[in-house]
Design a protein around this ligand. Structure first.
Ligand code: C2E
Ligand code: MG
Ligand code: MG
Length: 741
């Protein structure tokens, strides 16, 4: 019986050896050893108490079979003499089937030599080999880790007769240990700061911090442990996040917040903090684990992005998006408190000139300076925004009394307009301002902005460097213009234009030598619209180009038709607008029209205004190109534009048309008479014919005659009339001969 053998062997063990076995097998083996010991005493006392012995044996087997440790004993040949149930299970055998086998025949045969080497070592040394770890292949193929202790088994003489061993499967413990180690390493190497506070102690001190915590806060572990975490807030403890954390801790909950914390050197960092309770099995909070993340850089980057999205890069002022936001807010506030909001549209005057003359860099600096100046003249609660280019908006959120508005606007104007030094040059920048006021000028942000813009536009028209407040009448006119523009776009296609013709005659004889084609718009609702009411609009919108081409073509066709009808040939004068004149292909257009209509070039006269010739750099070339076609060129409205006379010489124009305004007052204002007289003399000197426009009275006619003006045009002779009426006059050849001087 193997157990008997063991008992026999045990009876031969010294007390010391037994003690060693007990220690090696742990607490349960201690029990085993004790039983051994008891059993030995029993045996030595009385072999006869067989019943007791049986009982003891039974007890011993029971104990052996019920302890988790594996127990075995082998002979000198390393054959198993016996083992407990747990070991037999590892081998997948019944305990009895192990006896007589060596490790080489058991499932762990791969590792057998390892065990056997240990067995031999113990037997040879005669000394135990306690608590060492080794692997073991089990019957089911899995590998376990064992903690083994081996002792030499001796007989009564103390001779080593075998080996007694015990081992425990520590696979699970080892795994748990390495997991724990991994977690500890993970926590230690985490980039997030981690800390643990003890909630069983007063004031919940910190009991653990990882290296990241030290790195982020700048405090060493020793300076932190034992303190409550609130020291990181310094005196900045009126933060909503703090209350949030406090409430969560009180309720034993997890929480997340962002706090302003301070490093050891006093610098601020944004702490993205997560805390979670550590609970016992019965739900008691013993600790809190906190994860602290320094999000200062992310925050700063976010703030930068937000700033970029809402501010103008050049001036740092709020952009349109933020402006609209602030304006909405200001309107809401004013609505609630029944106050006002003043919106001021600021546009720098002739900013383009600065850009062109001094370069974009200087232009940028000018805008920056203007931004600073505008900011300086508003209150902290007001907004200065840049819409783009040289456009700024002020939102005056404070109540401005109606009477005070001009004062306030003048102050803004003065601030912007004071001389500015740029690259050592003194620059005089002015601005045009337009204001609209909530609630009277609009209820919505967009409307107020639009109305301030309209008012600013009027300030520009009034000569710049001034301000205007919005008024509804102004808006009405604007809307009218917009409506007019809309219908102007279709006028050509709907054939709504007509030409009237005004004769031009030789003053001395009354002979008609030409007609001027003057456009009218037969508007379905407004009736006959005069050119001054729509030509500027057509000019601005670009519609003048197709309209002008239509006029040229129609007038030439008409002149040709009159010739074909046997009427005496005469000049057909056509007005050319600035935009038409600026087109490089004007001469080409004229040539084509002449070809198509068959009108001799010499009978076409193009009227250009004085300012048009002055403003355009290539004017001389263009005039030359036209003259090369053989057409006549007249300067219209002479005397009203710039007064540089040198160009007159250069252009070789055929006719000067004295502006109506001088003719009108000739009889009453000596100055105007003198101007008319001078123009006539000038024209003659330069070998040009001089035409007086707008002659309305006999008196004007005789004064002009006295100054030897060549030709005249005016209501006194004929108003501009439709083609058929004009044809009658032309057939006549002369107009009101009685009136001719
Ligand atoms: P403008 O070229 O100086 O034409 C003369 C204007 O004086 C015409 O006005 C004519 O009706 C007016 N007028 C002539 N005699 C008298 C007079 O005795 N008393 C008064 N008070 N006015 C007189 P209208 O037809 O209203 O044309 C105004 C302006 O519109 C023209 O001034 C011209 O600049 C422009 N315009 C007319 N037709 C055309 C056109 O086909 N193309 C372009 N681009 N402009 C045109
Ligand atoms: Mg004209
Ligand atoms: Mg004119």
């Amino acid at each position: 019986m193997p157990l008997d053998d063991l008992l026999a062997a045990a009876s031969r063990l010294t007390d010391d050896t037994l003690l060693a076995v007990a220690i090696a097998a742990g607490v349960n083996l201690l029990a085993l050893a004790t039983i051994f010991f008891l059993h030995r005493r029993e045996r030595s006392r009385s072999r006869r108490i067989a019943k007791d012995l049986d009982q003891s044996r039974h007890m011993l087997q029971l104990v052996l079979d019920n302890i988790p440790q594996r127990v075995f004993w082998k002979d000198r040949d390393l054959r198993y003499l016996g083992c407990n149930k747990a070991l037999a299970e590892d081998a997948g055998l019944a305990p009895g089937d192990i006896i007589g086998k060596t490790d080489l025949e058991l499932p762990w045969k791969e590792d057998a030599e390892l065990y056997r080497a240990d067995d031999r070592e113990v037997m040879t040394a005669g000394a135990g080999k306690p608590h060492y770890e080794e692997p073991m292949q089990k019957a089911d193929g899995s590998v376990s880790w064992l903690e083994t202790t081996k002792l030499p088994l001796r007989d009564a003489d103390g001779t080593v007769v075998g080996v007694l061993g015990t081992y425990e499967d520590i696979t699970e413990r080892k795994r748990a240990q390495s997991e724990l180690l991994l977690r500890e390493r993970a926590i230690e190497s985490s980039v997030n700061a981690i800390f643990i506070t003890d909630h069983t102690l007063a004031d919940q001190p910190v009991v653990y911090v990882n290296p990241a915590f030290e790195r982020i806060t700048g405090y060493a572990e020793a300076e932190i442990l034992g303190r409550n975490c609130r020291f990181l807030q310094g005196t900045d403890n009126a933060q909503p996040g703090i209350a949030h954390i406090r409430d969560a801790v009180r309720a034993g909950r997890a929480a997340h917040t962002v706090l302003r914390n301070y490093r050891k050197d006093g610098s601020l960092f944004w702490n993205d903090l997560h805390i979670a309770p550590v609970l016992t099995d019965d739900g008691q909070v013993t600790h809190y684990v906190g994860v602290l993340n320094d999000i200062t850089d992310t925050r700063r980057y976010q703030e930068q992005l937000e700033h970029q999205a809402t501010h103008d890069a050049l001036t740092g002022l709020p952009n349109r998006g933020l402006l609209m936001d602030r304006l909405h807010q200001a309107i809401l506030h004013a609505r609630r408190y029944e106050s006002t909001v003043t919106v001021v549209f600021v546009n720098l005057d002739r900013f383009k000139n600065v850009n062109d003359a001094l370069g974009h860099d200087a232009g940028d600096r000018l805008l920056q300076a203007a931004a600073r100046r505008l900011q300086a003249c508003v209150r902290a609660t007001d907004t200065v925004a840049r819409l783009g280019s040289d456009e700024f908006i002020l939102v005056l959120a404070h109540q401005v009394a109606k009477e005070a508005i001009p004062v306030e606007l003048q102050r803004v104007l003065d601030t912007v307009s004071s001389p500015l030094e740029l690259d050592g040059k003194e620059l005089y920048v002015t601005a045009s301002l337009g204001a609209s006021i909530y609630p009277q000028d609009g209820q919505e942000a967009e409307t107020l902005l639009q109305h301030a813009d309209t008012a600013m536009g009027r300030a520009k028209k009034l000569g710049r460097n001034t301000f205007q407040c919005y008024d509804a009448e102004m808006n009405h006119r604007l809307n009218e213009r917009l409506a007019l523009l809309a219908s102007l776009r279709h006028a050509l296609a709907r054939d709504e234009f007509v030409l009237h013709y005004q004769p031009r005659l030789v003053l001395a004889t009354g002979q008609i030598v030409g007609v001027e084609a003057l456009i009218r718009w037969q508007h379905p609702e407004l009736g006959l619209v005069p050119p001054n009411d729509f030509i500027p609009l057509a000019e601005e919108s670009g519609l003048i180009e197709p309209i002008g081409a239509w006029v040229l073509e129609t007038a030439c066709q008409q002149a040709r038709a009159w010739i074909d009808a046997g009427l005496p040939p005469m000049h057909m004068a056509v007005n050319i607008s600035a935009r038409q004149f600026r087109r490089r292909d004007l001469a080409q257009l004229v040539r084509t029209v002449l070809q198509e209509t068959g009108l001799p070039a010499a009978l076409l006269e193009l009227e250009l205004t004085e300012s048009l010739l002055m403003e355009m750099e290539e004017a001389e070339l263009s005039v030359r190109a036209l003259k090369a076609l053989g057409v006549q060129v007249a300067i219209d409205d002479f005397g009203t534009g710039y007064s540089s006379l040198s160009y007159l010489r250069r252009f070789h124009v055929d006719r000067l048309k004295i502006d109506r305004s001088f003719v009108r007052e000739m009889a009453t204002r000596p100055d105007d008479a003198a101007i008319a007289k001078t123009i006539i003399a000038l024209g003659h000197t330069l070998k040009m014919k001089v035409v007086a426009e707008g002659v309305e009275t006999a008196e004007q006619a005789s004064l002009l005659h006295a100054e030897r003006c060549d030709e005249v045009q005016g209501f006194y002779y004929s108003r501009p009339v439709p083609a058929e009426d004009c044809a009658r006059l032309l057939r006549h050849g002369r107009i009101l001969l009685a009136r001719a001087c």
